[in-house]
Write a protein that binds this ligand. Structure first.
Ligand code: FES
Length: 326
């Protein structure tokens, strides 16, 4: 298949020059762009990455993490993680405050909409509370570098909430111009927080399902993982299936269960976790998965573990197959 020149264009930094060169696969047009844009982009990304290395934040992170983990949330903690919807709840909840605040900014430009703008500012402040709570419980179960970026993200959003709350008060006192200015500052803070949230989610992979690639890495069909006697009853045993680690558990009744070993939350090793009541508990943050089907019984994981079908041959060979593999 022949790609058009438009889609074969690529760009490289010329070695040692800082100059961005562009070319097309067809050789149709070549040229150079000033490297300043590329350098600015690289500096920007580097400074975002640098947030994850700010060890000075760790003095605050430790006590905060303990405080968030100590909140008496009961089963609501899993709801805030997003367990019932199968993915983190925080990104869904932030739509309301951000949407309200952006709409208020638009209304601030439209004459005669002062009341509506103030209502939207207030709705944004109130709806930011559950969104922030969901974010905090996720944050408390992340890796160090993610928590450092997350803390700066939370600081930006806290500033936005404070500015918007003040904006709501000032608008109520008739100081509309001041209220609008505070709203604009709040929108900048919320935008910065949103940018950091995106960096955290996509570059630092704080929220995605870490078990998602498994069906793409396992070949279709049946694979041998050992013999029944290789698996002591009630113990989690790690096996490799190509690039994919597995956790194999032989139950007291003789039934053998096999799940992907890397936890869907942060890729923790389930084979090093506790086995009890037909479940395995991740040693890193305590997510609990049912051995029979990989369903997650307790968060912070929100996605299930890939569960393999198991066949025991007459000679004791244990074979596994992932139904949607390949
Ligand atoms: S890695 Fe966090 S619960 Fe498993």
């Amino acid at each position: 298949m022949r790609l058009s020149a438009r889609y074969t264009k690529f760009a490289v930094l010329a070695p040692g020059t800082g100059v961005l060169q562009t070319a097309t696969g067809s050789g149709g047009d070549t040229g150079t762009l000033n490297g300043a844009a590329a350098r600015t982009e690289a500096t920007f990304l580097r400074s975002l990455d640098e947030l994850g290395r700010l060890e000075q934040l760790d003095r605050v992170i430790g006590p905060l993490q303990r405080a968030v983990r100590g909140l008496p949330l009961g089963r609501w903690r899993d709801v805030l993680h997003g367990l019932p919807i199968g993915h983190p709840l925080h990104p869904a909840l932030v739509q309301l405050p951000l949407g309200s605040w952006m709409s208020a900014a638009v209304l601030d430009l439209v004459p005669g909409t002062r009341r509506g703008a103030r209502v939207l500012v207030g709705v944004g402040v109130l709806s930011a509370v559950p969104a922030a709570l969901a974010g905090w419980v996720d944050w408390a179960e992340q890796h160090e570098d993610q928590m450092r970026t997350g803390l700066v993200h939370a600081g930006s959003i806290a500033a936005a909430i404070g500015l918007y709350a003040n904006s709501w008060v000032q608008r109520g006192r008739g100081r509309t111009a001041l209220g609008k200015a505070l709203g604009l500052a709040g929108l900048c803070a919320a935008g910065t927080g949103g940018l950091l949230g995106g960096h955290l989610a996509y570059r630092q992979a704080a929220g995605p399902n870490k078990a998602q690639p498994v069906p793409h890495l396992v070949a279709a069909g049946w694979h041998t993982v050992g013999r029944v006697t290789d698996f002591p009853v009630g113990e989690a045993v790690r096996r490799e299936l190509g690039e994919v680690p597995l956790v194999v558990v032989r139950q007291p009744g003789g039934h053998i269960h096999v799940l992907a070993d890397r936890c869907s939350h942060m890729a923790g090793p389930l084979s090093e976790g506790k086995v009890a009541d037909g479940c395995v508990q991740c040693p890193w943050h305590g997510s609990v998965f049912r051995l029979a089907d990989g369903a997650n019984v307790r968060g912070p994981a929100t996605a299930p573990q890939p569960a393999f079908q198991v066949s025991v041959e007459s000679d004791g060979t244990v074979r596994v197959r992932l139904p949607d593999a390949g």
